[in-house]
Design a protein around this ligand. Structure first.
Ligand SMILES: Cc1cc2nc3c(=O)[nH]c(=O)nc-3n(C[C@H](O)[C@H](O)[C@H](O)COP(=O)(O)OP(=O)(O)OC[C@H]3O[C@@H](n4cnc5c(N)ncnc54)[C@H](O)[C@@H]3O)c2cc1C
Ligand code: SF4
Length: 485
């Protein structure tokens, strides 16, 4: 059997990616190629600058089939709809026998989500998660959840204390200058920064195992408590930074969950169930749920724009050049590290794009490009669904919007900001405040019947007309100057 692997312009160019993301994928592929060659497998590998490279999957595969005289070919089901369609077309066009195998890197198959929710009109993550816990016997004591509760979300919302020192992240240093110069010479358009002599992300199985061990030993015991916290003193806090390893299939979700569960069962008192459950919920719950929903809803999902938003993404998403301190931190983390943790993605950059009425296509192009872990099957339901509510409530029961109140509560950003988190109108008023109320007012027809939003409409109704007008005028002014905020 001959394995074929290609670095292709088809993949580097379908969106503008972060330079660290392109580098990480190529470095991981090359490492995997060497590893399986050492095991005795035959591999045809085209680097991006290989003369044989046609830069297109279909043409490259046919070229390899012809060069080795293969009488059949096969592939593993891809994770993305785009590639799935391309491979289906190739199968149809060619008359060669083809074997397709399923991936072992998820708990669920593509169809399982549809089976679980058959005949249901809503797809609650919590119901899915409980089924996964039972089916895979994770954190279970018989048919009951370990600790007595299924979900400790309420304990996952602590602010990171001033007096605490943030933990050190597990950072690697690898020379990737050959890959980076190849990408630059080829003229691939990328986003963000990289230090080619000291690449920080794990790309091999051995590095992946070390990253996981570091997380389990040094960070997991506080993961849940500070899951939603944000601080200017750390880009990563207690987050695992395992998403690239999981999405590129260097680590399997089963081994990550099994390790987390095992360490909890050995150290119940010191570890705390809420930390471990909070972590396992992200992988066994959210990650599998998002994948299932993606395959259940595609291709229509990619077009959804519930609020009919049309605006452009402000310039500072590409530069970090803004006076809003929270946005500056979240965007700088994204550009410097190809990373931002969940709450920065959801409640800072995602929240702002939603309040600013940005078209979900533009928001998605940014999220799909900028993060090291961004692959459409997981990026799309998170961005279009959870963050932009463009699906009208399939993923989330209400839009994830917040004013400066929430950001101030969960971070230390506001104290060093040019803007005043307490002000809605006037000089230096925090833009999140007036844009928040404008959003509430603008989408009254679509949201006022949502029982989780009703309190916000009651608060809005209590404002005097004059104050309402001042807030709405302030928001319009900010929208006009959106690139200068
Ligand atoms: C707008 C937006 C876009 C996102 N885009 C992506 C993306 O392209 N790729 C991606 O892997 N995740 C995405 N996420 C989910 C989440 O933010 C990242 O998985 C997480 O920040 C990765 O960092 P970590 O490994 O340190 O995660 P941790 O906080 O340590 O969490 C552990 C693991 O749980 C999984 N996980 C956590 N939350 C989610 C979630 N909501 N959906 C799916 N898996 C989850 C990830 O595999 C992650 O590695 C997005 C979230 C938002 C709000
Ligand atoms: S004041 Fe407003 S813009 Fe500044 S950090 Fe706080 S929430 Fe962000």
């Amino acid at each position: 059997m001959t394995f074929a692997m290609f670095e292709m312009r088809q993949e580097t160019d379908y969106v503008r990616h972060h330079i660290q993301k392109v580098t990480a994928f190529f470095a991981a592929m090359r490492h995997f190629r060497d590893q399986i060659r050492e095991q005795g497998h035959q591999v045809v590998y085209y680097t991006l600058d290989d003369d044989r490279n046609q830069q297109d999957l279909s043409r490259n595969v046919m070229q390899v089939i012809e060069s080795v005289g293969a009488e059949q070919w096969g592939y593993q089901w891809p994770d993305e709809y785009r590639l799935d369609q391309q491979l289906i077309e190739m199968r149809k066009k060619w008359e060669l026998p083809c074997e397709v195998v399923d991936t072992e890197h998820f708990y669920t198959s593509r169809e399982e989500f549809g089976d679980i929710f058959e005949g249901k009109s809503s797809f609650l993550m919590e119901n899915f998660y409980r089924k996964m816990r039972k089916k895979h016997d994770v954190l279970m004591s018989g048919d009951q959840p370990v600790g007595g509760e299924w979900n400790y979300d309420a304990e996952n919302r602590k602010k990171f204390p001033k007096k605490e020192t943030p933990p050190d992240p597990y950072i690697l240093e690898r020379d990737v200058s050959d890959i980076v110069s190849m990408i630059e010479t080829a003229g691939v358009q990328t986003i963000g920064e990289i230090n080619p002599l000291s690449f920080q992300w794990p790309i091999s199985r051995a590095e992946g195992e070390k990253s996981l061990t570091y997380f389990i030993e040094e960070l997991l015991f506080q993961f849940g408590s500070y899951q939603d916290a944000m601080t200017s003193r750390s880009d990563f806090l207690f987050h695992s930074r395992l998403s690239f390893l999981l999405n590129s299939k260097i680590l399997s979700p089963r081994e990550v969950v099994a390790k987390a569960e095992a360490v909890y069962l050995e150290n119940k008192e010191s570890m705390g169930i809420s930390n471990v459950e909070g972590f396992i919920r992200q992988i066994l719950g959210w990650r599998e749920y998002m994948r299932g929903l993606y395959w259940h809803q595609m291709p229509e999902y990619a077009q959804l724009n519930y609020f009919e938003h049309e605006n452009e993404l402000p310039n500072y998403y590409w530069t970090g050049d803004t006076k809003m301190n929270c946005m500056q931190h979240a965007i700088r983390n994204s550009l410097d590290n190809a990373y931002a943790h969940h709450i920065q993605r959801l409640m800072i950059t995602g929240n702002f794009a939603l309040l600013a009425g940005v078209h979900p296509d533009h928001v998605e192009a940014w999220y799909l490009g900028v993060y090291i872990d961004a692959i459409e099957w997981v990026e799309m339901p998170n961005t279009r669904g959870m963050s932009q509510f463009a699906d009208g409530g399939i993923v989330a029961t209400k839009p994830y919007i917040a004013s400066a109140n929430y950001i101030h509560k969960m971070s230390d950003y506001c104290k060093d900001c040019y803007y005043d988190n307490k002000k809605k109108v006037g000089e230096r008023a925090c833009p999140f405040n007036s844009l928040y109320w404008r959003f509430i007012k603008q989408h009254e027809n679509k949201l006022s019947n949502n029982y989780r939003m009703s309190m916000m409409y009651r608060i809005w109704d209590k404002y005097e007309e004059e104050e309402k007008n001042n807030i709405l005028n302030q928001a319009e002014l900010y929208l006009k100057q959106i690139d200068d905020l």
